[in-house]
Design a protein around this ligand. Structure first.
Ligand SMILES: Nc1ncnc2c1ncn2[C@@H]1O[C@H](COP(=O)(O)OP(=O)(O)OP(=O)(O)O)[C@@H](O)[C@H]1O
Length: 462
């Protein structure tokens, strides 16, 4: 996969940006990077600029919604300006020094992003973790980068059923470790056996220790130790774990011999661990060791646009690889439903529907178990509406543009449904015939003067 990037001069009138953009273009071409004429969805962009004014920030926001953008400032930038550029969605911001140094920095970043992108598309990640919503993509990009390019410990926080366990598996796959993934669920450790679960024991170390046994530290040597529900770890055990992490060695219960163990540590919890630290329930020194890098798996309600892809993924798993279509009404049901148990609950919902379905035709609403069918009309605004608004906000759209686009869409749909009849469409929309005519004329005029204006493409011809 050849590396391609779009290069944009944000201040064409400024000689400094013109010079920097030209030098950067040369440096990229020398490194066999293809410089594109247009930004590509999911691609990379470089914006060279002198002034981070409102127009540039708006441009960055629009680009960053679908691409990784590197901002390169050609004049000295204040920290406040750098923050604004990052808040507008730039993945990184650099200061132009000279062509050679800056070219090398830009190239290094592009190569890293490209490598991360390739890993995201690899079966190790895409075959395991489904989702393309902006928040899920941002999470995965961070996970892949830290997993593949560092040996850092990782703390994964998030509600139940949001994929923490799967993220740990992905980190193991990407770490390049020869050793296994060893999982220990700290919420199921019986206090009297917890030491043995971690350290292992010698024969006769305690009553019932009829055989010597390896613990998690031995099993994880050379691999990855995943401590699930780490927030449940008793304080005494926390102190012992800290020591092993610091010294990279441990003793089996009943033994005097130190055993080395080198493992990568990944922990997960659905507790607010920082609050636990503040309240004294979790050791601060351990927290900082296990949380060298942190990430949060978003609840499904924050990534509703992934629901159908996840549902299809689970259906394919249940149907042993066969693809089954979902009837539109069933898709709407899945999109509008709440999932307090997050992706796990979606998976179970799909499984219950699948179990009731038979035959090759698309799966319909009738496959929903009777006790799960909603009573009465669903409330409005519903989750789908909220998801569309959230998506518009994520893309940096203002209240005015969102309202305008929603009104334009309602008019277009009402007209479509009433076969273009203005009077009937007006009745549906709760406005007068004349008001709708005026509105459509205003839409058509605005489309003529501004081809990029919101709704231009959607305005219905008179
Ligand atoms: N992005 C995803 N793609 C595919 N499957 C997913 C995804 N996220 C979660 N799942 C599925 O949802 C279920 C729950 O995921 P997982 O066990 O990783 O959640 P968790 O956050 O660790 O939950 P808990 O805190 O309860 O242990 C699993 O069946 C998992 O395969």
């Amino acid at each position: 996969m050849a590396l391609a990037v779009w290069l944009h001069n944000g201040d064409p009138a400024q000689p400094s940006t013109a010079g920097a953009a030209a030098a950067l273009r040369q440096a990229l071409l020398r490194a066999a990077v293809h410089v594109q004429a247009q930004p590509q969805d999911g691609g990379y962009g470089i914006v060279v600029f002198a002034q981070a004014d409102a127009a540039l920030l708006e441009r960055l926001r629009a680009l960053a919604a679908s691409a990784c953008v590197l901002a390169v400032g050609c004049e000295p930038l204040s920290p406040a300006t750098m923050w604004r550029v990052l808040q507008a969605g730039a993945c990184d911001v650099l200061l132009w020094a000279d062509a050679q140094a800056c070219g090398a920095q830009v190239l290094a970043r592009l190569q890293r992003w490209h490598a991360v992108q390739a890993l995201l598309a690899s079966p190790a990640v895409s075959g395991l973790l489904v989702g393309d919503s902006p928040c899920w993509r941002a999470l995965l990009r961070g996970v892949v980068e830290v997993a593949a390019f560092t040996t850092s410990s990782v703390l994964i926080t998030g509600e139940t059923g949001t994929g923490k366990d799967l993220i740990a598996q992905a980190i193991h796959r990407l770490s390049g470790l020869a050793g296994e993934l060893t999982v220990l669920d700290c919420s199921t450790l019986a206090p009297e056996l917890a030491g043995s679960e971690f350290f292992g024991h010698e024969r006769g170390a305690f009553t019932g220790a009829v055989q010597a046994r390896d613990g998690a530290f031995a099993l994880a040597d050379g691999g990855l130790l995943f401590l699930d529900e780490v927030g449940e770890l008793p304080l005494a055990m926390q102190a012992q774990l800290l020591r092993v992490i610091q010294e990279q060695k441990y003793k089996r219960l009943g033994s005097n011999t130190w055993q080395p163990s080198r493992f990568r540590l990944v922990c997960a919890t659905n507790r607010e661990l920082e609050a636990e630290v503040a309240r004294g329930g979790f050791r601060a020194d351990l927290y900082y060791r296990i949380a060298a890098w942190r990430c949060r798996t978003p609840p499904l309600r924050e990534r509703r646009s992934d629901i159908l892809a996840l549902a299809s993924h689970f259906l394919r798993q249940l149907a042993a690889g066969r693809d089954y279509a979902l009837d539109p009404a069933l898709r709407d049901y899945l999109l509008a439903r709440d999932y307090p148990g997050n992706v796990r609950e979606l998976r179970q919902t799909v499984a219950r529907i699948w179990h009731r379905h038979c035959g090759p035709a698309p799966i319909t609403l009738g496959a929903i178990p009777p006790d799960e069918r909603p009573a009465g009309e669903p409330p409005w605004p519903d989750a789908q509406f909220m998801a569309a608004i959230r998506h518009a906000l994520d893309r940096g759209q203002s209240l005015g543009r969102i309202g305008q686009a929603a009104a334009d869409a309602a008019i277009r749909l009402a007209l479509e449904q009433e076969d273009g009849n203005n009077q009937r469409a007006a009745l549906r929309l709760g406005v007068t015939d004349r008001a709708l005519q005026l509105r459509r004329k205003a839409q058509a005029d605005s489309a003529k003067t501004s081809p990029d204006a919101p709704g231009a493409a959607s305005s219905h011809p008179g």
